[in-house]
Design a protein around this ligand. Sequence first.
Ligand code: ADP
Ligand code: MG
Length: 189
Amino acid sequence: MQQRSSDWTIPEEPESPFPIVTNFCDIVFGFGRGSAELGIPTANVPLEQLPLETQDLELGVYFGYALLKPVDHQDTTAFRNDGTTVIYNYGRHLNVTNGDFEIHPVVLSVGKNPFYHNKLKTVELHIMHPFHTDFYGAQVKFNLLGRIRPELNYDSKEALIDDINKDKLIAKEVLSRPNFLKYQKQVNC
Ligand code: ADP
Ligand code: MG
């Protein structure tokens, strides 16, 4: 696959500090821009629920595997600063027959999202699976197996979308290699 000039080199197998594996962590709301503006939803997770090594990662795009779990809870409503509401359904509408509870490849952004001038570090996962519903309040366990590229600043939304689509292709290809595929089961225990 063609490399971009900014791409990091991906080794033959995960190299330190990878693999990093998380516990199940809560899916919380972000700024609501992933799906609305980019068509690429990202499940945001609280930094403080992640292993310490995660905090030392350079800002950039990473890849790994993720597994979802619903939480037994009634719907609640949360409010973003801009006044928009977010319904937490705790994953109640996730569907076994749609494969929602299988382990899926993910691209992760560890970033401050310079395109949006965010101040706080965010960790967000785009799970490569066609969900039919959102699942705020559900939990996700995932691993990080390697890194794709540093966080970049973009002149246009289209350029950002283009790069994320390339990130997804790279992640899928690398995660299908036996040396990475074998870490899929790591998120299942
Ligand atoms: P927010 O900024 O609130 O995270 P997004 O636009 O990034 O908003 O949407 C994220 C939400 O979309 C996730 O929390 C999840 O409930 C839902 N979602 C649907 N499909 C996916 C997917 N493939 N990967 C990640 N989240 C998804
Ligand atoms: Mg998001």
